[in-house]
Design a binder for this molecule. Structure first.
Ligand code: PEP
Length: 250
């Protein structure tokens, strides 16, 4: 379960939020679910300090990364810098990056490779807009994004990549996809992974659903065969709600 805080919470707010959330997930019975928080860059050091000080079993990551290794790229953050801060995951190709920053599949691919090169796990986001969904082209659209994102990514690297299916019309709208809609696309993603690599690898890759996930709809989504987890936006800012999502089995 990954919580994308987007551009919310300063480095002091982050301490409170991660502490409340991680403490509520501390009991030993909770080990079955991997939990990741994805705060803004400026909060990463605070989050690292809290998690390391209390030995919380929560991992953290960044919302974006540069495709470049280092150099004259003002305002950008290199994968090696995130790895040095203890990040395990990096979101790449979130629909808000694609929409507001013009990120295309080639750039998403370059960023995913930068993350893998720094021994972190990219969470590659794919998903169709409303017009594509209405036209019925959603599966083809998502698979084209997936193919683009995985260009030149080896089987060993693909095995440690996470794919997040996030229909754009469901992000931040309160309009969650039906479990059947989520399953249809997540299953198609797994089938494509089997075609690109092999079936064994496809079974191992974690595929997340994202888009208006809440405590009261997560269990139905998780009941689907090809939904392995969730990428959560708004609800991850409320520690009670995010803990409820992480504890969907209780
Ligand atoms: C997201 O931004 O990745 C997301 C899924 O947002 P929300 O849960 O708010 O729809």
């Amino acid at each position: 379960m990954a919580g994308n805080w987007k551009m919310n919470k300063n480095h002091l707010d982050a301490i409170l939020l991660v502490q409340k959330m991680a403490f509520a997930l501390k009991e030993p019975d909770f080990e079955a679910v991997d939990v990741v928080v994805v705060p803004p860059f400026t909060d990463l050091r605070s989050v690292q300090t809290v998690i390391e000080a209390d030995h919380y079993a929560v991992q953290y990551g960044a919302q974006d990364v540069s495709q470049h290794a280092s150099g004259a790229y003002t305002g950008e953050i290199a994968a090696s810098m995130l790895a040095k801060l203890g990040c395990s995951y990096v979101l790449v190709g979130h629909s808000e990056r694609r929409e507001y920053h013009g990120e295309d599949d080639a750039l998403v691919n370059a960023k995913a490779r930068a993350v893998l090169g720094a021994d972190m796990t990219p969470i590659v986001c794919v998903g169709e807009g409303l017009e594509v969904r209405k036209s019925g082209g959603h599966v083809a659209h998502v698979l084209a994004q997936l193919d683009g994102a995985l260009e030149k990514i080896t089987a060993e690297q693909a095995r440690r990549t996470v794919i997040a299916y996030e229909p754009v019309w469901a992000i931040g709208t309160g309009e969650v996809a039906t479990p059947q809609d989520a399953q249809e696309v997540c299953a198609a993603i797994r089938t494509r992974l089997a075609e690109l690599y092999d079936g064994g690898l496809a079974d191992q890759v974690r595929i997340l659903y994202g888009g208006s996930v809440k405590g009261d709809n997560i269990a139905r989504l998780m009941a689907q065969a090809d939904v392995d987890g969730a990428l959560v936006g708004g609800a991850s800012l409320d520690p009670g709600e995010f803990v409820k999502i992480c504890r969907y089995r209780d």
